[in-house]
Ligand binder design. Structure first.
Ligand SMILES: Nc1ncnc2c1ncn2[C@@H]1O[C@H](COP(=O)(O)OP(=O)(O)O)[C@@H](O)[C@H]1O
Ligand SMILES: [Mg+2]
Ligand SMILES: [Zn+2]
Length: 586
């Protein structure tokens, strides 16, 4: 018999074994009862809350020959085949394990084939936000027009990382954390089945530590079981979770207060080596700080209501004052969101802790600290933005894109080289677009860019407008990167959204006219292409050459050589407006 982790052994086979997620379960059962199956479902929410489990149950339910109240019967021929994994029609893809490239390619080639055994072919794509860009493009295409016999269930812990274009294609379900009471119900069941002995106190502690994640709680239970003599008590639980113990947090804080950076980094490293969760550590640090504050302000209350002895942490108590505690809490709370959305939590955590070492403990220096703080916040924010950029879709702040618009003010007119045939030959986009981009950048206006960007705030309001919904969805997935008084360049992470934007061009231009109060032409490109194009133009400006205005061509006229126009009036005007002193380029 092969060993199976407890959490897998107790993966519910139908809705009866589930705890929590009641609304979701009810809705999904109704869908089966009413036979109103859609093409795509999106399950978002914290890990270990039942997304994969429910996806599997739902996939079975829609194929079950005699579902009971929307619940798979678990006894018909199909249910049996699915339960014994003898069905090829339910396909699970884990994007986290290999970016899904091969699987999605396979998916594309087989998707049109009818299911072999089941009514529906179901693709469960787990951690869908981790798909590579290529795989994502392929998936989006398929989601646009899936064959009738196909159902997609996408699951993710990071829904904010998905393009709106995907989200809007799916029925969305937001999974909630499992409450401690709900967890206890399931843990009690498993404990009974496995004939374990666990004190109720310990069960609640397991539930508390697991912070809403059912898988974590079962995992912890299993660890405890293998490490104690089947008599699990509160102390065992505390011991096992000791690597994020209060004592560790205490030591980390003490090192920060004393400015012992070496020790602090070592501590953080040990958390990392132990596979600890930095978000959790940050949260627990806030709780601990709050406890210290309470202890300082209301010792008796603390002693009567808390089950641990604060005097153990005397060294820290004596060195940290209330002001500092408040500041620490503020700093941590301020960055915890970034920590949550980062794929590099250790780096963010280190930045955060470094930031704390900057907080000066003395009240007298308050004003100065305030200023330092501000600077640091900006600095840290920048660091985080860098990390974000490097890892995933950035949430746009003032960014590089403004740079080019700022710096490509046409300067001295010099003779330019003949670029007719080789215009932007390093990117694979249609010539008419290249020319439009070129011309837009030749007359780019930074102030207009800022203005239009801020007007984009209204974009989401168009989502509820029947005529503009599609266009708004697409635009929200991208960002403006360049503007002239005639054209707007809009850049997108995924090629397939660029294609979609091209298809919806008329609608988008109408929306833009509505939003900006003036007609503009839209040029859609991918972030990848923009990343290549941008430095090219910066270089031209840097060499104090001039970007030439080129003759436009029709979208179809791909082969025709590009003709040069004479230096336009606009450029001369631009020179007049901006002057010739060019801002330094890095
Ligand atoms: N709501 C739940 N009810 C009962 N068990 C659950 C629930 N959510 C998760 N589990 C347990 O945790 C394990 C992992 O859950 P899973 O569905 O893979 O979570 P997710 O996909 O949300 O990360 C399951 O095998 C099951 O044992
Ligand atoms: Mg899962
Ligand atoms: Zn069945």
């Amino acid at each position: 018999m092969t060993y199976k982790a407890l959490y897998r052994k107790y993966r519910p086979s139908n809705y009866d074994g589930l705890v929590g997620q009641n609304v979701i379960v009810k809705t999904l059962r109704n869908i089966v009862k009413d036979e109103k199956i859609s093409h795509a479902y999106l399950f978002g929410g914290p890990r270990g809350t039942g997304k994969t489990s429910i996806a599997k149950i739902f996939a079975k339910a829609i194929n079950c020959l005699s579902p009971i109240d929307g619940n798979p019967c678990d006894s018909c021929e199909i249910c049996n085949l699915i339960n014994t994994e003898q069905v090829s029609d339910i396909i699970e893809i884990d994007a986290a394990s290999n970016n899904g490239v091969d699987e999605i390619r396979d998916l594309k080639s087989k998707i049109n084939l009818a299911p072999t055994t089941c009514k529906f072919k179901v693709y469960i794509i787990d951690e869908v936000h981790m798909l590579s860009t290529g795989a994502f493009n392929a998936l989006l295409k398929t989601l646009e027009e899936p064959p009738r016999h196909v159902v997609f269930i996408l699951a993710t812990t990071e829904i904010h990382k998905l393009p709106l274009t995907i989200i809007s294609r799916c029925q969305n379900y937001n999974f909630k954390k499992i409450t401690e009471e709900q967890m206890k119900i399931r843990l009690d069941y498993i404990i009974e089945q496995e004939q374990m002995k666990v004190t109720p106190e310990a069960i609640y502690e397991i539930a508390r530590i697991s912070d809403g994640g059912m898988r974590d709680s079962i995992g912890l239970l299993e660890q405890l079981y293998s490490f104690t003599d089947n008599n699990i008590e509160m102390e065992d639980v505390e011991l096992l979770s000791s690597s994020v113990s209060r004592n560790d947090i205490y030591q980390m804080l003490l090192n920060i207060v004393l400015g012992k950076m070496d020790h602090m980094f070592k501590k953080i490293d040990s958390f990392y080596q132990g596979g600890k969760d930095f978000i959790r550590i940050a949260e627990d640090t806030v709780v601990f700080l709050k406890d210290i504050l309470l202890y300082k302000k209301a010792k008796d209350f603390f002693k009567n209501n808390y089950r641990y002895d604060m005097e153990e942490y005397k060294d820290l108590l004596d060195t940290i004052n209330e002001e500092t505690i408040y500041r620490y809490i503020t700093e941590i709370n301020g960055l915890i969101g970034d920590l949550r959305s980062s794929t590099h939590p250790k780096i963010i955590f280190e930045i955060l802790m470094l930031k704390l070492t900057d907080v000066k403990p003395s009240n007298i220096e308050l004003k100065e600290t305030e200023e330092i703080k501000k600077e640091n916040i900006i600095e840290v924010k920048e660091n985080i933005d860098d990390v974000k950029k490097e890892t995933f879709v950035e949430t746009e702040v003032e960014s590089e894109e403004t740079l080019i618009n700022e710096k490509i003010t046409p300067v001295k007119s010099k003779e330019t080289e003949d670029e007719n045939d080789t215009l932007l030959n390093f990117v694979n986009i249609p010539l008419y677009k290249k020319i439009l981009i070129n011309n837009t950048l030749a007359t780019a206006q930074k102030s207009l860019l800022t203005e239009l960007k801020s007007k984009c705030n209204q974009l989401s309001t168009f989502l509820i407008n029947k005529d503009f919904k599609q266009a708004a969805t697409v635009l929200l997935d991208g960002k403006i990167v360049g503007v002239s008084d005639q054209c707007v360049i809009w850049s997108y992470q995924y090629n397939v959204i660029v294609e979609k934007a091209d298809v919806l061009k008329k609608e988008i231009e109408k929306l833009i006219e509505n939003m900006f109060g003036k007609k503009y032409r839209i040029i859609n490109i991918s972030d990848e292409d923009w990343k290549k194009i941008r430095p090219h133009y910066i270089k031209i400006v840097k060499e104090k050459k001039q970007i030439e205005i080129l003759d436009e061509i029709d979208e179809e006229e791909i082969k025709k050589p590009v003709k040069r126009k004479k230096k336009s009036k606009e450029i001369e005007e631009a020179i007049n407006i901006f002057g010739e002193d060019l801002i330094e380029i890095k």
